[in-house]
Write a protein that binds this ligand. Structure first.
Ligand code: FAD
Length: 421
């Protein structure tokens, strides 16, 4: 018998980043045959004592997801940094709010983890599952979707392989190739800010706290990193500012940058010194007008991007991944097609409202704090001060930020986002 030239999978995920690889792991013990196609070959041999300049503040919900898919232990080995306090203040006033994990009876508010550590843990975990092929590095050259067939997706890779699938998931990031190929439109606008990111040392300890100061051009955040190899206190900074100012910050020499950062942040953490290269990310709100079509779903940044001021982007994406995994499992149990629009619409309904609420909240915060109109300044300072004093409101805000409340219909957390199963 002649061997078929077409390799069939039940599910193909394009993008093996934090979100795409998590979806595959969440289905790692299922009967599905899965391929993850990732364009870039990652290098996991980083020198001791070095740090990625990209980090993520992970909520408790995200930690539970990683525990449940078996990736958290390896992240702990490589380094996660628990933070138990968060200080937020308005640089142009007196308003401030302080969150402490003790207020809600928790050990911490979340963890700061380098993106390369998360990526390594989830991609390495994929290798433990016989039903998953990680095809890396590989890119797809052509995509066809035929809604009349069960195996309705056909892909041709750049090296000439032909793959088919019942369901294709686009987890290929903000500029999603998949989203563009299938013609799903975006609601989008530029925040007119760029985030400058780098790592710094401070002469005073970070106290395992996140520090965020709002300035008219954008927020400046210090996120604690834990380092067993260094006696220095290291923090990752995300400095969202105007496009011109960001360019200027990138062009400055090290000494000028240190001075500018010190001037902006003040002496709260003592003397600040640059410890890494600097990176820049133009910030844009994006929301895909549809997350699904017959045979297709978008998750993570392919479906939505949000201002990093509350560190929610990947946390939302991970919830997309596990809710989609739940809906795929439900379709399988009910003997329905996993690429059928019914199963996919349930996923979209469960995630869209939650994602839009977070996008709108972050956009509102950004506008409120970027505004120099005096009544607004007075109002936000009074608002921060008041929120700091009203315990139930504060507790609700903490729980939302930790991912322990407000996740779509029925306010119900997906199973994989709950404490270890
Ligand atoms: C400055 C900054 C700070 C942030 N801080 C936080 C934070 O503290 N907490 C938080 O939750 N979120 C944060 N975010 C958001 C977070 O980084 C993103 O939401 C997250 O990276 C999205 O993950 P993803 O897997 O969906 O996409 P990506 O991380 O973009 O991964 C997409 C993957 O797809 C691959 N790919 C792309 N195109 C193709 C293709 N054609 N074929 C095959 N593979 C492809 C890429 O190589 C990549 O591996 C921050 C964002 C920024 C810009």
């Amino acid at each position: 018998m002649q061997k078929s030239a077409v390799q069939h999978y039940d599910l193909i995920i394009i993008g093996g980043g934090m979100v795409g690889a998590t979806l595959a792991c969440a289905l790692g013990d299922s009967a599905l045959k899965i391929a993850v196609i990732e364009a870039h070959q990652a290098d996991y041999n980083w020198p001791d004592g070095s740090h990625d300049i990209r980090v993520s503040a992970l909520t408790h919900a995200s930690q539970h997801i990683f525990e449940n898919i078996g990736a958290w232990q390896s992240m702990q080995k490589d380094g996660v940094c628990a933070y138990d306090q968060m200080h937020v203040w308005d640089a142009s006033g007196h308003g401030e709010i302080h969150f402490n994990s003790i207020d809600i009876g928790q050990m911490n508010l979340g963890h700061i983890v380098e993106n390369r550590i998360i990526q390594k843990a989830v991609q390495t975990r994929l290798a433990d599952f016989d039903n998953i092929d990680l095809l890396m590095p590989l890119k797809v050259a052509d995509l066809q979707i035929n809604t009349q067939q069960k195996a309705g997706v056909q892909l041709t890779t750049e090296d000439g392989q032909v793959l088919s699938a019942d369901l294709l998931v686009g987890a290929d990031g903000a500029n999603s190739w998949v989203r563009q190929q299938v013609g799903i439109s975006l609601s989008t606008w530029a925040y007119r800010q760029t985030a400058v990111v780098c790592n710094v040392t401070t002469s005073e300890p970070h106290q395992n706290a996140c520090w965020q100061q709002f300035m008219p051009e954008g927020p400046l955040a210090f996120l604690p990193l834990c380092d067993d190899f260094s006696a220095e206190t290291i923090s990752s900074i995300v400095w969202s500012t105007s496009e011109d100012k960001a360019q200027a910050l990138l062009n400055m020499n090290e000494q000028q940058f240190n001075q500018e950062l010190q001037l902006a942040f003040g002496s709260t953490l003592g003397r600040i010194k640059l410890k890494s290269e600097r990176g820049a990310f133009p910030l844009r709100l994006r929301h895909a007008n549809q997350y699904v079509q017959e045979h297709l779903a978008l998750i993570g940044d392919a479906a939505h991007t949000v201002h990093p001021l509350a560190g929610q982007g990947v946390n939302l994406g991970l919830l997309d991944a596990v809710v989609l995994a739940e809906e795929i499992q439900r379709a399988l149990q009910q003997h329905r097609a996993i690429g059928g629009i019914l199963a996919l619409r349930r996923f979209e309904r469960r995630r869209k409202a939650d994602n839009i609420a977070m996008l709108a909240a972050m956009d509102g915060f950004k506008r409120l704090f970027s505004n120099d109109i005096t009544p607004l300044k007075v109002l936000r300072n009074a608002g921060l001060g008041l929120a700091d004093k009203i315990q139930p409101l504060k507790q609700m805000m903490i729980k939302r930020a930790m991912g322990l409340a407000g996740t779509g219909i029925n306010d119900d957390l997906p199973k994989l986002a709950r404490p270890e199963l």
